[in-house]
Design a protein around this ligand. Structure first.
Ligand code: MN
Ligand code: MN
Ligand code: MN
Length: 292
């Protein structure tokens, strides 16, 4: 895997900070990106833009262009799908309300997980899991850590196997909105909706084509063609899908934490030729205008 792109631009449009499940603060993340010669970065935390303001300040200091971003959870035929929103107006009131609803969905789910696991008799399970999540809404990995600490299981893998994995008591689905709805939120706030990491949903090729077609019909504009952990076969398949559906192409590392050699901010496989980059359609972002 090589450092991407033409020699001038290094663009990463998918990564996480402590505002969701990333390990670095927005400031640390932007600094790390700058050190890796990223020129354009979108912070795309799960269902929140609470890290955006800090990232914008850090971007000014580090001479990086920061693009507004978020990664939204939604449903398509009962599969949980992720849509990355890019270059929207972060002050859009309706968009902010929609993000608040997403947050409530997450808290409702966390409360339900704690409820379902109450027979384990861990005192203050929800509070402790929340603490594990740094005060934010806890997900299953945070519950797993509390169980390990409480001596109920040996490790996180065992916690998932017995209590949190598919079909177990703590396997609670969140009530996410439909794909069409979240695409609409992003468009209404002036942004571009990107179908994130299409290979991660473990859909068959046929299903993935149907998802992509539905996404485009809903107003989705791009798919993430290049992301971490893909084979070159995946890259070729997604490029072809992108061309066939006449969608724009996006790229992002989906960076969460340092130390994973397969996933580093700014390290993205070069996209195949003949695709129209999503950043050529950003509103007013320096340095990424479409070539005339
Ligand atoms: Mn994540
Ligand atoms: Mn995702
Ligand atoms: Mn992500």
């Amino acid at each position: 895997m090589t450092i991407p792109q033409d020699p001038v631009l290094c663009i990463d449009l998918h990564c996480h900070s402590t505002a969701s499940d990333g390990a670095l603060t927005p400031t640390e993340l932007v600094k790390r990106a700058a050190e890796r010669e990223v020129t354009h970065l979108a912070l795309t935390d799960h269902d929140t833009i609470s890290g955006l303001a800090e990232a914008v300040s850090a971007a000014t200091v580090n001479d990086i262009v920061l693009i507004s971003g978020v990664e939204l959870s939604c449903l398509w035929r009962s599969h949980t799908i992720h849509v990355v929103g890019l270059d929207f107006d972060p002050d859009d009131a309706e968009f902010r309300e929609a993000l608040e609803r997403q947050k409530r969905n997450r808290w409702d789910r966390a409360a339900m997980i704690a409820e379902r696991l109450s027979k384990l008799a861990i005192t203050d399970l929800l509070e402790r899991a929340t603490k594990e999540a740094g005060g934010d809404v806890p997900g299953r990995p945070h519950f797993a850590r509390v169980m390990v600490e409480a001596g109920i299981v040996k490790n996180a893998a065992q916690a998932f196997k017995r209590y949190l994995g598919a079909g177990k008591a703590g396997d609670v689905k969140a009530y996410w909105p439909e794909l069409q709805e979240v695409v609409q939120w992003v468009s209404a706030a002036g942004g571009l909706a990107v179908l994130a990491h299409p290979r991660k949903y473990k859909l068959t090729a046929t299903k993935l084509r149907e998802l992509t077609a539905d996404f485009r019909r809903a107003g989705g504009q791009a798919i993430e063609v290049s992301t971490s952990g893909q084979s070159s076969g995946d890259l070729g398949f997604l490029a072809e899908l992108c061309r066939r559906e006449k969608l724009l192409a996006s790229q992002g590392s989906d960076f969460h934490f340092p130390g994973a050699p397969w996933c580093e901010v700014g390290r993205i496989m070069k996209m195949p030729d003949g695709l129209e980059p999503v950043w050529h359609h950003f509103r007013q972002v320096p340095g990424v205008d479409a070539p005339v």
